[in-house]
Design a binder for this molecule. Sequence first.
Ligand code: SAM
Length: 241
Amino acid sequence: MDLCDIRNVRNIMAAFGLKPRKELGQNFLTDHSVVSAIADECCLGMSDTILEIGPGLGVLTSELAERYPSVIALELDEKLIPVLKYTLLDHSNVRVINADVMKTDLSELLREPFASGGVSVCANLPYYITSPILTMLLESELPFDCITVMVQKEVAERLCAAPGSRDSGAITLAVAYRGSAELLFTVPADRFLPAPKVDSAVVRIKLYREHPVDPKNEELMFSVIRTAFCQRRKTLANALS
Ligand code: SAM
């Protein structure tokens, strides 16, 4: 079924008695060339398993399932689970789990895939929780090959900014510490249902095998970075004190 056809999306939602839930960041992608490009580009051919966060109706999930041996999809909204069973019927290599990614033990869930063919993350992230999810993934130290995410365009620019530049923030440094980020392409707001207020962009972070610097205390380093950027109006010395 073509989940990029808006009529199909509306019919499915009606058949299951659902409406997109704004509070869960449910803006569904409806442009096949975008979905296909994300699936093509998300792991540079490095991983056998893709972890998708927030499969929604399964539009990206099915494209991933066609390209990679295994897909694990974590969806918070329990009402979407029966929908995903229906839309992903033909893809036996997809495991859908009803869970909050922020409350999931990813190290346990992905133990086997990490040990065998490697894991990358691919997601059209819910806007309300983009930074916490990215921070959690980056600080987790899990050995992902790539993390590819669709985020608000402004956030994408921040993720890819040069450290120290005007656009950079705490998350820029967390990204730079773990890998190299590349803004792949932008996606206009009208390619989603419902359309969000702002345009989006897809960022791929290829994770380093070894960190470029070797801090004595990593937790302290992240906490100093967060504090410094949280209180930008104070002088650095005041914020850190
Ligand atoms: N992947 C689909 C697409 O591209 O059309 C849906 C993307 S939509 C922007 C974000 C999805 O993330 C929604 O399905 C939402 O229910 C789900 N979600 C929101 N918070 C989540 C969380 N904490 N853990 C897992 N999924 C979450």
